[in-house]
Design a protein around this ligand. Structure first.
Ligand SMILES: [Zn+2]
Length: 182
């Protein structure tokens, strides 16, 4: 049973809410995590073309995007690769956020990240582990995963984001109204 009231209390009472999500969320939920990234949209058409032509993980060479400067072939930019260039601005903003809310009531809302996605999930759970006042709310359809060491400050919600976000909102509104009563 999901304890909506306790989750809502944690969210309403938090000094800050950190949302952990992968880019799938920006498409499914209409929430635009890439609002500042004007480089993303122009490439979406070629990504669709590549996906349509893909067979056994391969695409025709002429579909590989080329560098506008030197004409060289582009490669997928993944954090595990040797050529990964980190977004240092984003890291700086993240570290500033962590400094600012260190020791405070931090609600971590993790949306739709399966247990296999350790690139996003592992650092989120480590943060919850080391922040004494953190609360961890993880939402996933069929793959709720919480490590033992943070079980007592965690809430797992098994369900689709399209249902869960609505219920979460309702619970927060209810709890907020109770909070405001004199
Ligand atoms: Zn180049």
């Amino acid at each position: 049973m999901t304890d909506w009231n306790r989750i809502a209390e944690k969210l309403n009472d938090a000094d800050a809410v950190l949302i952990g999500a992968s880019n799938g969320l920006s498409i499914t939920e209409g929430l635009n995590l890439f609002a500042d990234d004007e480089m993303l949209y122009p490439i979406l058409d070629s990504v669709k073309e590549m996906a349509a032509a893909e067979q056994d993980g391969r695409i025709p060479s002429e579909l590989i995007p080329r560098c506008p400067h030197c004409g060289g072939p582009m490669a997928v930019h993944i954090a595990a690769g040797p050529g990964f260039i980190e977004d240092t601005g984003a890291r700086q903003r993240y570290n500033m956020f962590l400094d600012r809310y260190h020791g405070k009531k931090l609600a971590v809302l993790e949306l739709g990240i399966g247990w296999r996605n350790q690139l996003i999930k592992a650092p989120i759970m480590r943060l919850v582990t080391r922040e004494p006042q953190a609360a961890y709310v993880t939402v996933n359809l069929g793959e709720v995963y919480i490590t033992d060491d943070i079980k007592d400050k965690s809430f797992g919600i098994d369900g689709a984001l399209s249902d869960v976000l609505g219920s979460l909102r309702k619970a927060c509104m209810r709890s907020y109204r109770d909070y405001e009563k004199p």
